[in-house]
Write a protein that binds this ligand. Structure first.
Ligand SMILES: C[S@@+](CC[C@H](N)C(=O)[O-])C[C@H]1O[C@@H](n2cnc3c(N)ncnc32)[C@H](O)[C@@H]1O
Length: 422
């Protein structure tokens, strides 16, 4: 197993010119993008010096992971365009919104098939010679990612994952070492640092595979529920305390829908799907849509639902905007940015535990977007039940955006609010 020394910081090779290129195209590359461009340019130089004509047989796959702004992908594509061999970059990320942003930035420049977008991770890593990108913030997400790369990329794969030093820990080297024989930290630059991994190890069948599964006690119909969680999903295989509070009031939230023939419930920002699954168990005639920006979340939700005996399907957001919904009972998981594909005035009840963090920083902007969406998709008199940390100023926003809002329950830490669409 190897932490085999520290690789020196790369000089600025291409990052100044690629920064200028990206800025002209309206993107704002950061220190992680700049470092990765230079690291990757040096790897390509080494490759040029050592490769033979045979090595150049097309296509050669480079996977780019976790690039939510598009700058990394656009810059790497510039580097590849300058080469005569036939590299294809395949972009993969967990965030639907991030993927759409990269597509927006990169698509006009790419009428060629030099850049493709994967809709699931295995497709991105199959046969890859390089994987470069951003280190996931959570160790579970890194564990799942590294395991998939090791299982599907070429044995000769080089992995370069870069992060902000303040978000990195030595535990990340240990996680990578589970899946790769050589793990080398590079020296940092501008508070960013790359971990390089080579030599994929065989999958360790003694370790649990993703999605991880567990049983949870809590306010569920049988007092227990089965949960499945992909790496990096909110709360992992635990029950978040806010979610627990809302679950305890789910019966009340569903009551007005008991006599409806085809009630439609939306779990907005579904995570592992505990709210959606419990709602579907309590109200079997309901069509429950569970949506999240995170691929890991919607896939965890489907697995959670199925582990609890429910029928669950999965789809992804439609670029063309809202589409008619299916009203069959069970769970429809939807990979989408802020439920953009859900038609106006189509939902009877929304359950929501909105995100208020972006990384370590408090960021309520997504909650505002959630409330605007709720106002759009709720039918008149439809309800939204929201749980949030008591200190957050959501009550006035819910009243303004949705309609009359009452506090159903409050603890020293949480508020549960019921809002009715005016
Ligand atoms: C606080 S978690 C709640 C998860 C789950 N409902 C629960 O209670 O355990 C918020 C969820 O919102 C999701 N999210 C963040 N931004 C989003 C967006 N733009 N569109 C949809 N979901 C988003 C996150 O991925 C996360 O799963």
């Amino acid at each position: 197993m190897g932490h085999t020394g520290i690789v020196p910081t790369p000089a600025i090779v291409v990052s100044d010119s690629l920064t200028a290129f990206c800025q002209d195209a309206g993107m704002r590359p950061d220190a992680v993008d700049r470092l990765l461009w230079d690291e990757f340019a040096l790897v390509l130089e080494d490759l040029e010096a050592t490769e033979t004509a045979e090595d150049e047989d097309p296509p050669r796959w480079l996977a780019i992971v976790g690039d939510e702004s598009g700058a990394l992908t656009a810059g790497v594509d510039q580097l590849l365009q300058q080469r005569s061999d036939n590299w294809v970059a395949i972009n993969w990320q967990d965030s639907f919104a991030g993927r759409s942003a990269v597509q927006r930035h990169c698509a006009p420049a790419h009428q060629s098939d030099r850049l493709v977008f994967a809709t699931e991770p295995v497709a991105a890593f199959e046969d890859a010679e390089f994987v470069i990108g951003r280190l996931p913030k959570s160790l579970d997400a890194l564990d799942e990612l590294a395991g998939l790369i090791a299982a599907h990329a070429r044995p000769s794969v080089t992995v370069l994952l870069t992060g902000r030093v303040k978000h990195m820990t030595t535990a990340m080297n240990d996680v990578l070492s589970r899946h790769f024989a050589e793990v080398q930290p590079h020296l940092g630059r501008q508070k960013s640092r790359t971990l390089e991994a080579r030599g994929p190890r065989p999958t360790d069948s003694a370790r649990p595979s993703y999605p991880l599964t567990a049983e949870l006690d809590g306010p569920f119909p049988d007092g227990r529920i089965a949960i499945a969680s992909h790496g990096g999903v909110f709360a992992g295989s635990r029950l978040d305390v806010g979610t627990r509070e809302l679950l305890a009031h789910l019966d009340d939230a569903l009551n007005p829908l008991r006599s409806a023939a085809h009630p439609r419930v939306l779990d907005l920002g579904c995570g592992t799907g505990l709210l959606a699954t419990t709602a579907a168990l309590l109200l079997p005639q309901a069509s429950v849509i569970a949506t999240d920006d995170s691929w890991a979340a919607v896939h965890s939700t489907v697995a959670t639902a199925r582990r609890n005996g429910l029928v669950a399907t999965i789809s992804q957001g439609l670029v063309d905007g809202p589409q008619p919904l299916d009203s069959s009972p069970g769970i429809q998981a939807l990979w989408d940015d802020t439920a953009a594909s859900i038609p106006d005035a189509s939902i009877d009840l929304i359950l929501c535990n909105p995100p208020f963090h972006q990384g370590a920083a408090v960021d309520t902007s997504i909650a505002w977007d959630f409330f605007a969406t709720a106002s759009r998709v709720l039918r008149p008199e439809g309800q939204m039940w929201t749980v949030f940390n008591r200190h957050l100023p959501y009550l006035p926003a819910l009243r303004r955006q949705i309609g009359p809002t009452t506090v159903v329950h409050a603890t020293p830490k949480f508020t549960i609010a019921r809002s009715e669409r005016a």
